[in-house]
Write a protein that binds this ligand. Structure first.
Ligand SMILES: Cc1cc2nc3c(=O)[nH]c(=O)nc-3n(C[C@H](O)[C@H](O)[C@H](O)COP(=O)(O)OP(=O)(O)OC[C@H]3O[C@@H](n4cnc5c(N)ncnc54)[C@H](O)[C@@H]3O)c2cc1C
Length: 284
């Protein structure tokens, strides 16, 4: 299929983009890497009056460290994150997750901000942002606002962004000497969206984990924190007994949505396997 007709504007400033968004409201779509939007246009799942191309806004590109925070600009591509030494040093979870996103050709085009805005529940970056306790930076007519990842992903493809707003980037607390993180996912073929995946982070001291954040992909309408399993592991000895209790808690709390080929029970089993493997690897 071919996309419907629409106006196209390549903006030169954030203010220009915000002005167009205010004029056109829900009839406007932002174009970043285009790896999701172009498909939805061609399938006519989206029929905007105007497409606002933000790829000329270099101010939204790149990775920096400021005041103990890693800042990832919205237009930073998946590949740039995958190859970044700053990310490898300060947020290695993202390096572990990046190769699971589609294929390199798509990662060369797709952007961090596009993935966070689209909020696919099986996507890697939203789960990682939540696991790393990150914050989404948003610009609108009233200036900047910041939303914690815990409050950002609201429902299927639905976030706390409102009409007229644009994601400019995200902030993630940088890794400390005691930080631990792990990533694992199961997909039918490499590069497919996850059937089930897990992004995890914690602080590790004296063979215990604290501040655990276990975030599952592909099991709900948003990335899902396994809060009961987190509570079991917080301040417990990192041993087989605690891991087994955490997996039991996970099985108890997780009610995965089935997809076309995997039942809820299958996904729960896969999630349990991923959690057990990651925690065992941390223990070892
Ligand atoms: C074959 C294929 C396989 C894929 N597999 C995976 C995968 O395994 N895992 C995965 O995570 N992703 C996967 N993707 C999606 C890919 O990661 C996309 O790059 C990503 O979802 C969207 O990023 P984008 O920059 O391409 O955004 P676009 O397609 O340009 O935009 C996506 C949506 O976000 C909005 N948007 C974009 N930027 C902003 C912004 N700064 N502020 C506000 N709204 C914005 C757009 O208006 C649009 O609604 C796959 C894509 C393809 C084509």
């Amino acid at each position: 299929m071919k996309s419907p007709d629409f106006d196209y504007v390549k903006v030169q400033s954030i203010e220009h983009a915000l002005g167009l968004l205010q004029t056109h409201g829900d009839n406007a779509r932002i174009l970043a890497g285009g790896q999701t939007l172009l498909a939805t246009l061609n399938m006519r799942l989206s029929e905007p009056v105007i497409v606002i191309d933000i790829t000329g806004l270099d101010v939204l590109r790149g990775v920096t460290v400021q005041n103990g925070m890693l800042r990832i600009g919205a237009l930073t591509t998946h590949s740039e994150i995958e190859d970044s030494t700053l990310i490898a040093t300060h947020a290695p979870l993202l390096i572990k997750a990046a190769p699971h996103i589609a294929h390199r050709a798509i990662r060369n085009m797709g952007t961090w901000g596009g993935s966070i805005a689209y909020a696919d529940p099986a996507a890697e970056w939203p789960a990682c942002l939540l696991a790393l306790n990150g914050t989404v930076l948003i610009h609108g007519q009233n200036g900047e606002r910041r939303i914690k990842a815990d409050d950002f992903f609201l429902n299927l493809y639905t976030t706390a962004l409102v009409d007229g707003e644009i994601i400019t980037g995200c902030e993630i607390p940088i890794k400390t000497a005691t930080s631990w993180s792990g990533f694992s996912e199961l997909a039918r073929r490499h590069g497919d969206y996850a059937i089930t995946g897990l992004a995890a982070s914690a602080e590790r001291a004296n063979d215990q984990l604290q501040n655990c954040r276990f975030v599952f992909m592909g099991v709900g309408t948003t990335p899902i924190r396994a809060r009961k399993a987190e509570a079991v592991m917080n301040n417990s000895a990192l041993d087989s007994k605690a891991i087994s209790s955490a997996v039991t808690a996970l099985r108890d709390e997780l009610e995965p949505l089935p997809d076309l080929t995997n039942s809820s029970d299958t996904k729960r089993q896969l999630a349990a396997v991923l959690l057990e493997r990651l925690l065992q690897s941390a223990a070892n």
